[in-house]
Design a protein around this ligand. Structure first.
Ligand SMILES: [Zn+2]
Length: 344
């Protein structure tokens, strides 16, 4: 029931059409877990809730679905086999925890779809209502820098000793496990440099992985990802990969997004995904966001129509955005829908 990308006929353009032309991505997961009382001061960050409070993760996914999200991203961003092993878990237990992140998101989707069907405003018991709100569960893969938890996902400088092969070795098993976890999509998130994107492309190919994926970079200005590599270069090297169903930007200040979309548009015909953060600064030493340095929800929302016009068709929020932000994005997108549908 509902929309399933593991259907071999999956097409992102078709999913977008079913979503009304443009799809809504969820907002900051870690942010909202903290807002609900979770303590994420831990090397596993949001993934620590897989151990301590899985029901809270499910609640936050549900809050984002109720706010209008069409894509929910699992709590596996900073969940790595290496980090779990450092905690004393076996490889098998670590792999089970990765799968658990996807299972929780699938449960939230199923609960949401069931309640939509039972809703007195449902049109009928067929799929009419579900078609209005197609949902994908994306398995998050954070960068090597996220695992290091030293802020290097926002710098992209891993040093000379970290090669393409190092990155492939680091990511291989987690990617294999998440590709088999039942997720509709792999979300490679907050990619800080070109070499890490190349590592993912190689791994998808070498492991014969058929699950669709989006590649989302973190930007440092309107033209480059945080390492300084040009976004045009980064988008070009992944564009030919068959798994790639969308290319874009996340956890980047809203003010850079328009320029980055235009640059990506030059290199690809594939759908563009953007889910910026609130624009606040992150203090990597203190491991906290510097409050009041960012964009208000109102200002964030004022950009959304412009991002659509520039060519983005999956839009959501990253760190420091909330269900309130996502609800407002969903509202804007429902209004710009007729314009979007006229586009080729
Ligand atoms: Zn973020």
């Amino acid at each position: 029931m509902g929309f399933r990308s593991r259907d071999p006929t999956f097409s992102m353009p078709e999913f977008l059409r079913q979503a009304g032309g443009c799809a809504v991505v969820d907002g900051g997961l870690a942010t909202e877990l903290e807002a609900n009382g979770a303590d994420l001061n831990d090397p596993l960050w949001s993934s620590t809730c897989l151990l301590s409070s899985p029901e809270l993760i499910r609640k936050v996914h549900l809050d984002y679905l109720e706010a209008g999200a069409n894509v929910i991203i699992s709590a596996s961003y900073q969940a790595t086999i290496q980090a779990f092993e450092a905690r004393g878990f076996s490889i098998e237990e670590s792999e089970a925890l990765l799968c658990k992140s996807v299972k929780i998101a699938c449960e939230a989707r199923d609960i949401f779809q069931k309640s939509s069907l039972n809703d007195q405003y449902s049109i009928s018991s067929d799929e009419t209502n579900l078609r209005k709100h197609p949902i994908l569960v994306a398995a998050s893969i954070g960068s090597y820098g996220a695992y290091l938890a030293d802020g290097s996902e926002y710098r992209g400088d891993y040093g000379k000793e970290v090669t393409l092969e190092t990155l492939k070795d680091f990511h291989r098993r987690r990617l294999q496990v998440l590709a088999e976890s039942g997720a509709d999509l792999i979300a490679f998130e907050t990619i800080p440099n070109k070499v890490e994107a190349l590592a993912y492309v190689d791994l998808l190919k070498e492991n014969g992985i058929r699950v669709p994926a989006w590649f989302s970079f973190s930007g440092k200005d309107e033209y480059s990802v945080v390492s300084g590599d040009s976004i045009v270069d980064c988008a070009s090297v992944i564009n030919a990969c068959e798994n790639v169903v969308a290319i874009g930007i996340n956890c980047t200040p809203p003010r850079y997004i328009h320029g980055l979309i235009l640059s990506i548009r030059k290199t690809t015909e594939k759908p563009i995904v953007v889910y910026p953060n609130s624009g606040e600064l992150y203090d990597a030493d203190k491991k906290e966001w510097v409050v009041s340095t960012g964009t208000s929800d109102e200002d964030f929302i004022s950009y959304v129509g412009k991002w659509c016009e520039a060519g983005a068709s999956l839009i959501g929020g990253c760190c420091r955005t909330t269900p309130r932000t996502i609800r407002a994005i969903a509202e804007v997108l429902s209004n710009v829908q007729p314009v979007l549908l006229k586009k080729p």
